[in-house]
Design a protein around this ligand. Structure first.
Ligand code: NAD
Length: 292
């Protein structure tokens, strides 16, 4: 039989264990990154119908954020992705079909969504050729999407973030925002430009609860990179698997591809309270590529 004081302590211990169990369960179901809770936050991830953007959108949703998806894809595929994220994580998910090569379509998209707390500028394309063979229209397309689109989305989103008193902007640059590789002049120029845009906006917002950062992935095995591996395999006579191993060995010391969900977790971290004072940085997630 329990004495009064002991019974009281036992009840407290028992109820704190229950609380612990409930909060652990909540953490497991809501998210994996250091308990970050983004419930009630609204995120817009550009280029999120595949690859890295989709991985980031899923991680933000896993941590409770409502998400606006954007990008290309068939209506059925986009609806499957939208419904899948919404039902898996219990958040609201919308899709905006804006082509981000067009400044007027970006302005329209941003005016459709005036409550964005987290903006991830991710949409991007690649073209590989030496400058002497580099088509001028490819230069224009890459600069428009990989750099200018972020200028337009940031210009539109910042007044609303300032009004709401909180905001996180994460620009998906690349190791190619920090170092160059041959035959990628437009991509490297655009990504270095994005790093510069990020630093400038970080300074312009430094006295507010808004942060602006870049993440800089190394190789991630998405359609953008698979296309480059296929070209490499065709040019060198290697199989796809051999060409894959060769491109990793050449640049990425870990010899492993970065995963979209790992980049999603990094984005979640940059939205967490711990990252409040992190602004203007370029964060390599590159298996050691830029350490060399
Ligand atoms: P991906 O091709 O899988 O995805 C690109 C996304 O952008 C898709 O959703 C596509 O529909 C969308 N998109 C393309 N053109 C668009 C347009 N005009 N308007 C709106 N959306 C458009 O490629 P990914 O590898 O996931 O690339 C995403 C970002 O990550 C890019 O900015 C890329 O430069 C960057 N990145 C990729 C790697 C890598 O190794 N894959 C490394 C570093 C940086």
């Amino acid at each position: 039989m329990l004495t009064g004081a002991f019974r009281h302590s036992f009840r407290r211990l028992h109820s704190s264990k229950l609380l612990l169990t409930q909060s652990s369960k909540r953490r497991i179901s809501q998210g994996r990154a250091i308990g970050t809770d983004l419930k009630g936050r609204n995120a817009l991830v550009t280029g999120s119908t595949s690859g890295i953007g989709l991985g980031i959108a899923r991680e933000l949703a896993r941590h409770g954020a409502n998400v606006v998806l954007n990008g290309f894809g068939s209506a059925e595929e986009v609806e499957r992705i939208r419904m899948g994220i919404s039902s898996e994580f219990g958040v609201s998910v919308h899709f905006d079909p804006a082509n981000l090569s067009s400044s007027s379509q970006i302005r329209q998209m941003m005016s459709n969504h005036t409550d964005i707390d987290i903006l991830v500028n991710n949409a991007g394309i690649q073209y590989v050729a030496p400058i002497t063979d580099f088509p001028e229209e490819k230069w224009d397309e890459i600069i428009a999407l990989n750099l200018s689109a972020s200028f337009h989305t940031c210009k539109a989103v910042l007044p609303n973030m300032q009004r709401r008193g909180w905001g996180r902007i994460i620009n998906v640059a690349s190791v190619h925002g920090l170092v160059a590789s041959v035959n990628k002049c437009a991509y490297v120029a655009a990504k270095h430009g994005l790093v510069g845009l990020t630093k400038t906006l970080a300074l312009e917002t430094a006295e507010t609860d808004i942060t602006v950062n870049c993440i800089n992935p190394g190789w991630v095995l998405t359609s953008l990179v698979k296309a480059q591996i296929e070209v490499n395999a065709a040019q060198t006579g290697k199989t796809f698997e051999e060409a894959k191993a060769a491109i990793l060995a050449q640049k990425q010391p870990s010899r492993q591809f970065v995963k979209p969900e790992e980049l999603g977790e990094v984005v979640v971290f940059l939205c967490s309270p711990a990252a409040k004072q992190i602004t203007g940085i370029s964060l390599p997630v590159d298996g050691g590529w830029t350490a060399q």
